[in-house]
Write a protein that binds this ligand. Structure first.
Ligand SMILES: Nc1nc2c(ncn2[C@@H]2O[C@H](COP(=O)(O)OP(=O)(O)OP(=O)(O)O)[C@@H](O)[C@H]2O)c(=O)[nH]1
Ligand SMILES: [Mg+2]
Ligand SMILES: [Zn+2]
Length: 344
């Protein structure tokens, strides 16, 4: 990252081919129409952070510009990861503000709700290809219920999930890894003294992709992101300063381009809960692929809650999935059978 002393800063290595992956919104890329009469000069950017109506946008050449929404966007939301077109003062500068005039169609939308009863939906990130669910062996201890919720949200969004077990220096990872053995997802272990190997493994998995890290507070998401993106700390500070966020703590999602410019990582603040009110019961089961296969033996219209008739207990007893996974699914289904489903 280079600053030129005028508040303008460049985040290096954000290459055009990244932007191809993220949906190009290039100069004059849309024809003039009655609906879009202006903005032929709009330029493409990626939203890297959002803070109280101010959007940190990264241009192809690495310039960071702060923008606001143009009125014509109406109620259309703008979130981290969005590919947008901006006009106005795109040179950057302390008081300069550009305007976001277009949001490109999203390839994926990772959602959560405030909680399971509250239908208010939040988009965690747009255009992610992958989601890394991070959890630690200790400090804080693993929370399989939360991990399973994050995994379900990823499957629902069509975002490829993977797991990262951190703080393996504090205890054995095997018991908790066993829960996810029947799930066909990559698992990376990281700990003090073994982080280099984890970073190598992660870099391989992250290359060419947009990857979002989620998990409880303190599990080590930022530690990993900082290790994968060597100048992440400095870049987070510059972006935070430009958009008015506090420094050093992960208070909002932030997208960072990978060192070789080939891919992005999105660090997010720790979550205490991950509401799934937007996923109905039938769909929820498909978001547990290790169990979904086992439901083929269930009676028609099985709600998977009655252990007398549901085939999933046998499926688990036969070792096809872990009991903790069935427990997670049943808790979620039980909630839905007692709480009216949320329709948006
Ligand atoms: N022992 C041990 N400590 C770690 C490891 N990874 C991270 N930590 C420590 O855990 C604490 C929290 O790490 P962060 O990376 O800030 O956690 P985070 O998930 O980003 O937390 P939030 O931003 O609050 O969501 C820090 O003190 C880290 O030094 C690890 O592998 N082993
Ligand atoms: Mg953090
Ligand atoms: Zn069943």
């Amino acid at each position: 990252m280079v600053g030129d002393g005028r508040g303008r800063c460049r985040l290096s290595r954000a290459r055009a081919d990244d932007e191809d992956r993220l949906g190009r919104a290039g100069r004059g890329s849309r024809p003039r129409s009655r609906l879009r009469p202006r903005h032929d000069d709009a330029i493409a950017a990626r939203v890297v952070t959002v803070d109280r109506g101010r959007y940190g946008c990264l241009l192809w050449d690495g310039t960071l510009v702060v923008a606001m929404r143009a009125r014509e966007l109406g109620r259309r939301s703008v979130v981290v990861g969005d590919s947008v077109a901006i006009v106005g003062d795109v040179a950057g500068g302390p008081d300069a503000l550009a305007r976001i005039v277009r949001v490109d169609e999203r390839r994926s939308v990772l959602r959560r709700t405030a909680d399971d009863e509250d239908p208010h939906e939040r988009i965690v990130v747009a255009n992610a290809d992958q989601l890394v669910v991070v959890f630690s062996i200790a400090q804080p201890p693993p929370q399989p219920r939360l991990v399973d919720r994050c995994l379900a949200a990823a499957y629902d969004a069509g975002v490829a999930p993977m797991l990262c077990v951190t703080k393996v220096d504090l205890g054995p990872a095997d018991p908790v890894r066993a829960i996810y053995r029947s799930l066909d997802v990559p698992v990376v272990e990281s700990g003090e003294g073994t982080r280099d190997a984890a970073v190598r493994a992660l870099r391989e998995l992250l290359t060419g992709r947009v990857t979002v890290f989620v998990g409880s507070s303190g599990v080590g998401k930022s530690t990993l992101v900082n290790a994968v993106v060597p100048d992440a700390d400095q870049r987070v500070n510059v972006i935070s300063a430009a958009t008015g966020k506090g420094l050093h703590t992960t208070t909002a999602a932030i997208a960072l381009s990978l060192p070789d410019g080939d891919g992005w990582v999105v660090d997010t603040p720790g979550v205490r809960s991950f509401g799934l009110a937007h996923i109905d019961s039938a769909r929820l089961v498909t978001c547990f692929p290790d169990l979904a296969v086992g439901t083929k033996e269930c009676p028609t219209d099985c709600d998977h809650l009655d252990v007398e008739v549901c085939a999933l207990d046998e499926w688990v007893a036969a070792g096809h999935a872990h009991p903790e996974r069935l427990d997670s699914l049943r808790r979620l289904l039980l909630q839905r059978s007692t709480v009216p489903p949320v329709r948006q």
